[in-house]
Design a protein around this ligand. Structure first.
Ligand code: ATP
Ligand code: MG
Length: 257
């Protein structure tokens, strides 16, 4: 059984068809990339998978259960967690606190209980703090634990977003352009962390414009163009696909730039 099945998903915004009858499956253990030009409908697809809004038509099946229309928090509790295209950290909180907020998305009272904690749950808080330290260690940010998030270089902010998502113990992690704005070195570090997360048993879906990164880490790729899936396959297959070259690159450029 696939970890995620996208079944005939369509999303309309008024007259605009942002996703048009999109179907594919993500197998457990994969790094699955979704690529396509700006406005192709990639983030819209993630929004429907993560529960931000329901599809106009079609169904999202996660881990065997139809989840379309369920609230984001319920979907996250089931193990499907996402990051956003634009960095969404609590800039005035420390790096460690930002990760702890990630736990509270799936535990009791949401963000507020992470910030204003009653004494009764302080013990639980200490366990969470310990686990946050482990996660920061895992992504290579433990030396930054007590720095406020706004002081982090951009590349580390992106890693912190991954760390916060990991706090929710995802089975499936959706990353929306995690390497956007990163330099070569930061992108390489991000790639290393994403692979490591995947090797630890987390299935990953990745939207990314950096073709070098996609070709390097994705096991499988789906290509969207004007809301439609125009191709799906291995990196080798996608690289050589005439429709992809035509639609995505205008037929002029190589893929590894
Ligand atoms: N909430 C919304 N309401 C109305 N239109 C929307 C909404 N979200 C997205 N769109 C439109 O749907 C289309 C697909 O947008 P989407 O953000 O999914 O593209 P994308 O592939 O993620 O692009 P990018 O690579 O630039 O992030 C665009 O035309 C966009 O303007
Ligand atoms: Mg997008």
């Amino acid at each position: 059984m696939a970890m995620l099945a996208i079944q005939g998903i369509t999303k309309r915004f008024g007259g605009l068809v942002a996703n048009d009858d999109v179907t594919f499956e993500v197998e457990k253990g994969q790094i699955f990339a979704v690529i396509g030009p700006n406005g192709a409908g990639k983030t819209t697809l993630f929004n429907m998978i993560a529960g931000t809004f329901p599809p106009s038509e079609g169904e999202v099946v996660f881990d065997g259960a139809a989840i379309s229309g369920r609230p984001v928090a319920r979907i996250a509790q089931a193990g499907l967690v996402r990051t956003y295209q634009l960095v969404q950290l609590f800039k005035a909180l420390t790096v460690a606190e930002n990760v702890m907020v990630g736990f509270h998305r799936v535990t009791t009272g949401g963000v507020f209980s992470a910030l204003f904690r009653p004494p009764a749950i302080r013990r639980q808080e200490r366990e969470i703090a310990a686990r946050a330290t482990e996660i920061l260690d895992f992504v290579g940010l433990s030396h930054r634990a007590n720095v406020t998030a706004d002081l982090l270089p951009y590349g580390e902010q992106r890693l912190l977003e991954v760390a916060r998502a990991l706090a929710a113990s995802p089975k499936l992690l959706l990353l929306d352009e995690p390497a956007a704005g990163l330099n070569t070195e930061e992108t390489a570090e991000l790639a290393r962390v994403v692979r490591k997360v995947n090797e630890n048993g987390v299935t990953i879906m990745l939207i990314e414009h950096d073709m070098g990164l996609v070709m390097q880490i994705a096991h499988r790729i789906a290509v969207l163009d004007y809301g439609r899936k125009i191709a799906e396959g291995t990196p080798e297959e996608i690289r050589a696909h005439p429709d992809v070259i035509a639609a995505y690159l205008g037929g002029t450029e190589g893929y590894d730039d």
